[in-house]
Write a protein that binds this ligand. Structure first.
Ligand code: CMC
Length: 361
């Protein structure tokens, strides 16, 4: 048995390759270096979907804009009980209202859903009514506009595009595997996406970036970093934003997102010194993790600079996992379609290690 299915190969996929030794991510034949900062999210969605849906339009933007407008009807009158849930749970509850299916219309509603529902939930927490989508805007620009009520600057929508593309797919991560298991039963894309959101929300997967901001805020200034980190590790805590199951070197997504934060910082300079402070904390963490686990390479993962980028884009930390889902939903759907197209029911075995019955069978 492989603990945590480490190194077990459970699917052939054309979607993405994660080279954990070299720190390289390839998405459908393109390296992350080529894609991040150069591709709109809707174009990457089309690339991921290519060959897995019939009659895929050359430009997905108009159909995706229409899908945002369609799913908005679910939030026109938001159930106040949703505010008792965490934001990702509320977004999941709204997504669960969408019909299940396997066609492109279902897929586009599911791509639209995290952007529309996250904005409505964030605004509801701020006591504000939801803002209806503008189907003419790009998905990233509209996602930001539906939260703030203002069309964002190009630098901001470009930064969100970079983020959504960077996290759109990543091999057989836990949420994508969950989505593929559900798809393998032929339950439908909505069910697969709901499973993906559920797996993503855990702190070891997509729940890490919110706590990264808590860590930075508690540390406060570079001089406090070493003592704070040593105390956290002495308590047995894990440092959020560090370590990875597959990467034994730096996660390439960390640098793609760090570059995006820098580009944004040049334009807005909303929090002077924030990147330099984060770099100081990162350097301290890497040095201490090396002493703490000399035999296990623990480097910066995607979540550390995710936190900085989403903070710079004014997303509240309580919504960071929802924003991760806005991007990763593309990968979940593409993998679900790939699973249905060529894969059997996923049904592994377990080894029974409980007590034997008193009476022999
Ligand atoms: N801080 C401190 N110690 C760590 C960390 C960390 N971030 N990551 C791993 N370790 C230790 C771990 O405690 C274990 O020690 P021991 O052998 O004494 O029990 C050893 O390193 C090996 O860890 P593991 O649990 O076998 O590693 P894994 O492959 O199961 O876990 C991980 C990978 C990402 C869950 C883990 O590194 C972690 O918990 N990181 C913090 C949470 C985080 O940043 N998650 C986002 C991951 S990237 C986004 C995504 O793709 O989901």
């Amino acid at each position: 048995m492989s603990d945590g299915l480490e190194d077990v190969v459970a699917a052939n996929t054309v979607m993405s390759e994660v080279d954990g030794q070299r720190g390289v991510l390839i998405i459908r034949g393109h390296s992350l270096d080529e894609l991040a900062g150069a591709t709109r999210f809707e174009d990457l969605v089309r690339t991921l979907f290519d060959g897995f849906f019939e009659a895929l339009p050359a430009d997905l933007a108009p159909a995706l804009g229409a899908a945002r407008a369609e799913v908005f009807s679910e939030v026109a009158a938001l159930d106040p009980g949703l505010l008792d849930l965490t934001q990702v749970e509320a977004m999941r509850a709204l997504t669960a209202r969408l019909p299940d299916g396997d066609d492109l219309a279902t897929a586009l509603r599911l791509i639209a859903a995290p952007a529309v529902f996250t904005a409505a939930v964030v605004r509801a927490h701020q006591g504000q009514a939801p803002v209806a989508p503008d189907p003419a805007l790009s998905h990233a620009a509209d996602a930001l506009r539906m939260i703030s009520g203002r069309v964002p600057a190009k630098a901001q929508s470009d930064a969100l595009d970079t983020y959504l593309v960077t996290v759109s797919d990543h091999g057989l991560n836990a949420s994508t595997f969950a989505a593929r298991v559900i798809a393998s039963t032929r339950a439908g894309l909505t069910s697969a996406v709901l499973g993906g959101i559920s797996a993503l929300k855990g702190p070891l997967h997509g729940g890490a970036p919110g706590p990264v901001i808590e860590m930075l805020d508690e540390i406060g200034e570079p001089a406090n970093a070493r003592a704070w980190i040593e105390q956290a590790l002495a308590r047995g805590d894990r440092l959020m934003g560090f370590g990875h199951r597959v990467y034994r070197v730096r996660d390439p997504r960390a640098d793609a997102l760090k570059a995006a934060v820098r580009r944004l910082d040049d334009g807005s300079n909303a929090r002077p010194g924030r990147i330099a402070f984060a770099e100081a904390v990162e350097a301290a963490a890497l040095a201490i993790l090396k002493e703490h686990k000399p035999n296990r390479p623990l480097d910066t993962n995607v979540e550390f600079y995710t936190a900085l980028l989403l903070e710079a884009l004014d997303f509240p930390p309580s919504a960071f996992t929802c924003v991760f889902a806005m991007g990763r939903v593309a990968g979940w759907i593409a993998h679900a379609r790939e699973q249905v197209a060529g894969g059997r029911l996923i049904r592994p075995q377990s080894v029974y290690v409980g007590p034997a019955p008193l009476k022999a069978a």
